[in-house]
Ligand binder design. Structure first.
Ligand code: UFG
Length: 317
């Protein structure tokens, strides 16, 4: 089976490419490399450096393809608040173009990178897939709009689709081409920032007065290798005319201070930190209910927070 991986040179997409190849899939990549890195693309794969917004680029990328894993898109919550139009254009218009070109090319299988940001501030944790979707930022709103487009596409054109709603993805994978890891600039995510913390430039703890046991925000971290395992299981379980939505997390929450403690243990020294004001838009607690993915896909995440921290540390050492 040939899989088109959009965003296949980014952190999560490049990890998917590596694991899919190991499992015997043929790969095509479409990526404009605005945030990805062309050097992650393995030799011998079909790699089109092009735009999701270009009908020609997408049509070319779909040649000979049986299924699409759609990772490409803008993914920073803060940036989305500053540039909502850009997020709408790249994420929503780009996905619309992809769906139209899939239809034109007769490609009927899709696995999409959605986000826990579609839920917004949860009324209940752990969060079920049936929870209300009230995104609190443009990024989450674009992911929800795409999920809704895919539902309509399954109903009207009969595609087989799954949206995977990621919670906090972390960790890294060592490939034959070196570590595939987060290489964002600027980096906004907690674990890489914690591991790059120095006494001159300590990692900021955004808020110490949240209504949680230690006063810091709680998140649900999932290792990128477990995440891709779920993508492959979702791909293999797709059914025509059905759009399934699955949460992907670990089902457990860790506070910012607990992540820093795990990182300090892994690094072998106390990570310097700076208590700071709350970051705008952060919910206090986000934890996934992952029973649907467990029960319907037979998926079980196996890498804990220690492994996520250790792999990230190894990738930047
Ligand atoms: N945090 C810090 N200091 C930092 C960075 C983060 O204290 O330097 C805190 C944040 O305030 C938050 C937690 O660490 O409480 C995790 O923050 P991240 O930026 O790593 O991740 P987010 O939870 O903000 O967002 C992630 C993805 C989004 C996705 C969301 C859904 O980046 O794309 O999870 O749960 F929408």
């Amino acid at each position: 089976m040939r899989v088109l991986v959009t965003g296949g040179t980014g952190y999560i997409g490049s990890t998917a490419v590596d694991i899919l190849i190991t499992k015997g899939y043929e790969i095509s990549i479409l990526d404009d490399c605005t945030t990805g890195h062309a050097d992650t693309a393995p030799a011998g794969v079909s790699f089109i450096q092009g735009s999701l917004l270009s009908a020609g680029d997408v049509a070319q990328a779909l040649v000979g393809v049986d299924a699409v894993m759609h990772f490409a898109g803008k993914s920073l919550v803060g940036e989305s608040v500053e540039k909502p139009d850009l997020y709408h254009q790249v994420n929503v218009d780009g996905s619309r173009n992809l769906l139209d070109q899939m239809h034109a090319s007769g490609v009927t299988k899709l696995v999409f990178s959605s986000s826990a940001a579609t839920y917004g501030e949860p009324e209940q944790v752990p969060i079920l897939e049936t929870a209300p979707t009230k995104p609190t930022n443009p990024y989450g709103a674009t992911k929800l709009a795409i999920d809704q487009m895919i539902t309509a596409e399954a109903e009207s054109r009969g595609i087989a689709a799954a949206s995977l709603r990621y919670f906090n993805v972390a960790g890294a994978l060592k490939s034959s081409r070196g570590w595939l890891a987060e290489r964002h600039n600027p980096e906004t995510h907690l674990i890489p920032n914690v591991l790059r913390s120095t006494s001159d430039n300590p990692v900021k703890v955004f808020g110490t007065d949240w209504p949680t046991p230690d006063g810091t925000c709680i998140r649900d971290y999932v290792h990128v290798v477990d995440l891709i395992d779920a993508h492959i299981k979702a791909l293999e379980s797709l059914a025509p005319k059905i759009h399934e939505i699955y949460n992907l997390g670990s089902g457990d929450g860790y506070s910012v201070r607990e992540v820093i403690a795990a990182a300090s243990k892994s690094a072998g020294y106390q990570i310097p930190t700076l208590d700071s004001p709350r970051r705008a838009g952060d919910p206090a607690v986000l934890i996934a209910d992952i029973n649907k993915a467990k029960n319907k896909l037979g998926w079980v995440p196996t890498h804990g927070i220690e492994k996520m921290v250790a792999d990230t540390l190894a990738s930047i050492s």
